[in-house]
Design a protein around this ligand. Sequence first.
Ligand code: ZN
Ligand code: ZN
Length: 365
Amino acid sequence: MKSMDVGSRIPRLRQAFDGAGCEALLVTRLVNIRYLTGFTGSAALLLVRPDELVFVTDGRYRDQSALELSQAGVGARIRIGLTAGSQKEFLQEETAGVARLGLEAAAVTWAQQRKFDGEWFPDAELVATEGLVEELRKVKDAGEVERMAAAATIADEALARVRHRLAESPTEQQFALELDFEMRRGGASAPSFDTIVASGPNGAKPHHRPSSRRIEAGELVVVDFGAIVDGYCSDMTRTLCVGEPSATARRMVDVVADSQQAGVDAVRAGAEGKAIDEVCRAVITEAGWAEAFLHSTGHGVGLEIHEDPRVASTSTDTLVAGHVVTVEPGVYLPEHGGVRIEDTVVVTDEGCTVLTNATKELAVL
Ligand code: ZN
Ligand code: ZN
């Protein structure tokens, strides 16, 4: 697999400091620390100064942090603090002379803020920054796209292997487990979120949790799932049916399929997230089901299953090449169940590349 360009991320992050009004940034969000350094452990703090990078973790990660940072090509001073007290001392030393220290406003808890302000950094002005690392994360490099494509392929193949088993009247939980097992067997480190299998009336709930309900012929079944490869997620929804659905259900499937295709066709660099949402919503509104499309059209995907940019009526994002987003309109009717069709796509200058390629065929043979 292609390597990711991790080493260029810290210099690009530093370029945002002036605009954010800080001289240095204390990164506390683990997923952002992973993005910036390659570290995959569960505890770390990362101080990004203009001149130096300081990585603080505890004894459990002494060897792992050194290995992962060096593999990622990230040069940092790694300091191992066995206690919270020693970590505080390290960071006090390392921030000496920093007048304005940025914190990640959306990640720091109230308790942390009080601790940082009162005990850890009493001499610095703490600056609330918004989405500095998340902004960088929106645009994926070739190595990131390759991981997401690999995750999507694992999910495609898992569904291809188990979809015929829907005809055996499994419970939703059993079918979800089969999918998860096939993804793990195919090389996923984990599912990218709790797999959704929603049959019959349960399909009217977009984020239904798989239950002990048995899946029967003639019912719509919404299957929403993804895999993780090297930290990167895929996300895909297919709607299936054993045998023949009702006429209304068939029409729901056709309308959502048209909506979804129109959305994918509208994705390209320069398109607004809001506009993609409008395109999908227009098709469903035209069919008379505006009120039954219960969620926004899509979201960014990457190290997290839901991240920026957003594809929604409230989105202020404009797509650029390298963004990876989902297009996933749906219609949810309590009497008929639900239909959702979702692909994960990479934005290009000309349009997009679809990563999720499982068949959209409704019928389970
Ligand atoms: Zn999904
Ligand atoms: Zn999604």
